[in-house]
Design a protein around this ligand. Structure first.
Ligand SMILES: [Zn+2]
Length: 327
């Protein structure tokens, strides 16, 4: 009888949550597999797993938004141009022979020991990246120098270092949870105003969603991330910028002030209070009250060269719905 009950309960459970449960299980498997993969490479190269994971995640993110690069499909997101992998003067751009690749100054190595240095093999690609990093040393400063020499872009180096810091702090790869930026119980309202002319000054289109709420209502981080920016700007007033590991920069403007002790470089989680809803902006530091209090919330992505905004409205709706159903 007991077994029958369990059996029925299981059938009901599977009938209720067929796609969502299997999808999340699959997701967790990928994280576990990747973690094993990174730790193995750490053992061989001595480059900390969270740095290997961060470069891998950064490359996966970039491939997700760039049309000139193939989408990341395997366990690893690292991508090498054929010419870089095989060597600039190598007549065979798809060369997978470790000896001739080395001869032509290519970077590709045989990571998994099968005798081939295969550009499309997850292990070979990630071992090649880790071996390159390790050639500079395995401490924070030297890894940053290695990254700068590889990407030649300060912003990319700081983004990867931030992802590494988050992985190290939380000790896991799954940092994708989100929450709504103001308490659900607060009286708030927002509409889809993406692309509208700005209500208050400026010639650019409105790059975000305005959430109207009372002055001082807590504003919370919507993601796991790092506070990258905190300060005053003529238009945004008191504002905070937080970057997550999935290539999104979250921008909070017109705050009444910042929460005590909030500082640049701080790690936040979904729900961490960062400040309060306000009406700061449109003047020198301290200017306030030129418009009704609201949180201006913006989202931006980076493709390795430049950053652009996208519409946060559907995400806000989703996070709000998810939080309501959790209660
Ligand atoms: Zn706004």
């Amino acid at each position: 009888m007991k077994y029958l009950k369990t059996f029925i309960a299981m059938i009901v459970l599977f009938a209720l949550l067929p796609s969502s449960s299997s999808a999340s299980e699959k997701g967790e498997d990928v994280y576990a597999e990747r973690m094993e993969f990174y730790k193995t490479i750490e053992t061989v190269t001595l480059v900390p797993w969270y740095y290997i994971a961060a470069v891998d995640q950064y490359e996966r993110n970039i491939r997700g938004v760039r049309r000139d690069l193939p989408k990341a499909e395997g366990l690893s997101g690292v991508y090498f141009e054929p010419m870089k992998w095989s060597g600039p003067l190598n007549p065979n751009q798809e060369d997978d022979n470790p000896m001739s690749i080395t001869l032509f100054n290519g970077v590709g190595i045989d990571g998994n020991g099968d005798g081939k240095a295969l550009r499309t093999d997850d292990f070979d690609a990630l071992m090649t990246m880790a071996t390159y990093l390790q050639s500079y040393g395995s401490d924070d400063d030297n890894l940053k120098i290695a990254l700068w020499n590889y990407y030649k872009r300060d912003k990319t180096v700081s983004i990867i270092a931030e992802i590494a810091k988050l992985y190290k702090h939380f000790g896991r790869l799954n940092l994708t949870a989100h929450s709504f930026p103001v308490p659900l119980r607060s009286r708030h309202s927002y509409r889809n105003t993406w692309g509208d002319a700005r209500g208050w000054g400026g010639r650019r289109i409105h790059e975000g969603t305005d959430i109207f709420a009372n002055y001082g209502v807590p504003v919370m981080a919507t993601c796991y991330g790092i506070v990258e920016m905190k300060g005053w700007n003529r238009y945004g007033g008191w504002r905070v910028g937080i970057r997550d590991i999935n290539n999104t920069y979250h921008y909070y403007a017109h705050l009444s002030g910042f929460s005590k002790d909030l500082k640049v470089g701080q790690i936040v989680e979904p729900g961490t209070v960062i400040g309060g809803v306000g009406s700061s902006g449109y003047g020198p530091p301290g200017t306030s009250g030129k418009f009704p209090p609201h949180l201006h919330y913006g989202m931006y992505k980076d493709n390795g060269y430049t950053e652009w905004s996208f519409d946060p409205y559907p995400h806000l709706r989703l996070w709000e719905r998810q939080m309501r159903s959790k209660r």
